[in-house]
Write a protein that binds this ligand. Structure first.
Ligand code: CUA
Length: 162
């Protein structure tokens, strides 16, 4: 084999994966977005952060049944706590979380579920999750929000169905 040809093959060995990688990523993105329906949590509405508890939907916080096996959970993030401090839901239910912040940017992360959103003042975050297994899980603020950020957490208790 001539030397010139060998160099060309080495180049090809780098060029082809460098084309295949972004194409593979684009395919993965398309399949997850349109096939599996996975989307970024989007802006689900606006509220006035200074008067958020005066009107719907954040004047009544906590768990509200909306259909058999489905619940709406409205939560408020503020320095340095979530309200309510504990949520109780029956196992197997689908939960629609509506969360907003009264002051600064917070996070809303439930490690045992597919829930991980930023909570921005004035913006309503909406995220859904199904809780099949009974047990407890923390709800954690994972955006640095000030001196007591590390203490900011709530709890979700999934109760066995009776
Ligand atoms: Cu709220 Cu960190």
């Amino acid at each position: 084999m001539k030397r010139g040809t060998t160099i060309y093959l080495y180049e090809l060995a780098w060029i082809l994966p460098s084309i295949a990688l972004p194409v593979g990523m684009l395919v993965a993105l398309t399949v997850t977005a349109f096939g599996a329906g996975i989307h970024l949590p989007s802006d689900a509405g606006r509220v006035d952060p200074l008067r958020v508890t005066e009107g719907a939907p954040f004047d009544r916080l906590g768990v509200t049944p909306i259909a058999p096996g489905e619940y709406e959970v409205r939560m408020l993030a503020q320095i340095w706590a979530f309200a309510p401090g504990e949520i109780r839901i029956p196992a197997g239910s689908r939960i629609h979380f509506w969360v907003t912040s009264k002051d600064v940017v917070h996070g809303f992360w439930i490690p045992r579920a597919n829930v991980n959103v930023m909570v921005l003042p004035g913006q309503v975050a909406h995220v859904e999750a199904v809780f099949d297994r009974p047990g407890e899980s923390p709800i954690i603020c994972h955006e640095y929000c000030g001196i007591a950020h590390h203490t900011m957490a709530s709890k979700i208790v999934v109760e066995p169905q009776s």
